[in-house]
Design a protein around this ligand. Structure first.
Ligand code: NDP
Length: 327
């Protein structure tokens, strides 16, 4: 038996609880992992509260990422004792996830824990941090270099936002952080933001085009914010969009794309192929300052995860939440 969070949906309603789970209930898969750390991402908040239909089958163990040690393997790439990390692939949505002491998954979903990180650090980064890296890499591929001008990061106090700021600043970019929490300015500057704007500047319905401001942008917010970011991005520059914290809609015009040659990159972490994942984790090992990572990380036990999931959706959590699944 092991302990985990289970989400049920039945005649009694939608609910999440900590429960003892029989190993025999683990789903099909060729690698079993003893989980050391998981994390709470925005999507886990949606799954645990049921605010959006993220979970597709019940009962479900939530948790879209985990770091742990292989305890059994029928997969040629993995042996007992290997340290591994998992992000996405529908884990925590359609396949039992990381907010438990054990998981059974397909070997091709796993990546090796980078030597530079402990399992706790890997989950402090988690899916949010790995997605932030994918966003930064999209801007780099576009040719946006340090010195190009201001790079905007929206949802700055969130997990993706915090890691994106730390990465961009370490790489030498000038970062402008957009936030609804001006009281966290000192934290955002500590991560490396040069300037802070209030998110209300971007969140209301705007014009098709505005003054050209951004040499690049990482948007975690979507909706009017993403539309306004595109409308104020400089000629031939690019925006990497990964999130929907304000909304899933995109009430924009084509003006930035056809009159300014702006490029909008969609960033998906869930189904990203293995080479893309491994490259992102390698870059995180090189370009993320461990002290800044620790400064943005808050640790909780599995028993606190359900309550904290609601706080994530309310925008009350700063940076990253790492979950010790064994306490
Ligand atoms: P967090 O909850 O940690 O951060 C979201 C941040 O967005 C908040 O901290 C807040 O920042 C801002 N925010 C919240 N509500 C609103 C609102 N109504 N209007 C404007 N801003 C708001 O989430 P994550 O950083 O983990 O994830 C961010 C987004 O990226 C989520 O939508 C998530 O689903 C998505 N995501 C997508 C992935 C992909 O593969 N495409 C992978 C990972 C995440 P502040 O207080 O500073 O304003």
């Amino acid at each position: 038996m092991f302990t985990g969070i289970l989400i049920h949906k039945d005649e009694s309603g939608y609910r999440a609880a900590i429960e003892p789970i029989d190993e025999a209930q683990l789903p099909a898969g060729d690698v079993t992992v003893r989980i050391d750390w998981s994390s709470l991402n925005y999507k886990d908040g949606l799954a645990i509260t049921g605010k959006m239909p993220v979970v597709r089958s019940f009962p479900m163990v939530p948790g879209i990422d985990f770091a742990g040690t292989v305890s059994a393997s029928q997969h040629p790439d993995w042996r007992v004792g290997d340290k591994v990390v998992l992000n996405g692939w529908g884990v925590g949505e359609t396949h039992w996830g990381g907010l438990a002491q054990q998981a059974r998954v397909r070997g091709e979903w796993l990546v090796p824990l980078p030597a530079a990180f402990t399992a706790r650090q890997a989950m402090a980064i988690g899916t949010a941090g790995y997605t932030a890296m994918l966003c930064v890499q999209a801007l780099e591929r576009h040719g946006i270099a340090p010195g190009s001008g201001d790079i905007l990061v929206t949802g700055a106090n969130g997990g993706v936002g915090s890691v994106a700021i730390a990465l961009l600043a370490k790489l030498g970019y000038t970062v402008v952080a957009s936030t609804g929490r001006g009281n966290e300015a000192a934290y955002l500057k500590e991560l490396g933001a040069s300037a802070i704007i209030d998110r209300s500047e971007l969140s209301a319905p705007g014009k098709p085009l505005g003054k050209e401001r951004w040499a690049g942008a990482v948007d975690t917010v979507g909706s009017h914010t993403l539309a306004n970011v595109c409308a104020t991005t400089r000629y031939a520059a690019a925006v990497a969009a990964c999130g929907l914290a304000q909304g899933m809609d995109f009430p924009a015009s084509v003006a930035p794309f056809i009159l300014r040659g702006v490029t909008l990159y969609g960033i998906d972490s869930v189904m990203a192929p293995q080479p893309v994942r491994r490259a992102a984790w390698e870059r995180l090992a090189r370009d993320l300052d461990p002290a800044r990572l620790e400064a943005m990380t808050h640790e909780i036990g599995l028993g606190e995860a359900i309550a904290t999931a609601g706080e994530v959706l309310q925008g009350k959590v700063r940076g990253r939440v790492v979950v010790d699944v064994n306490r």
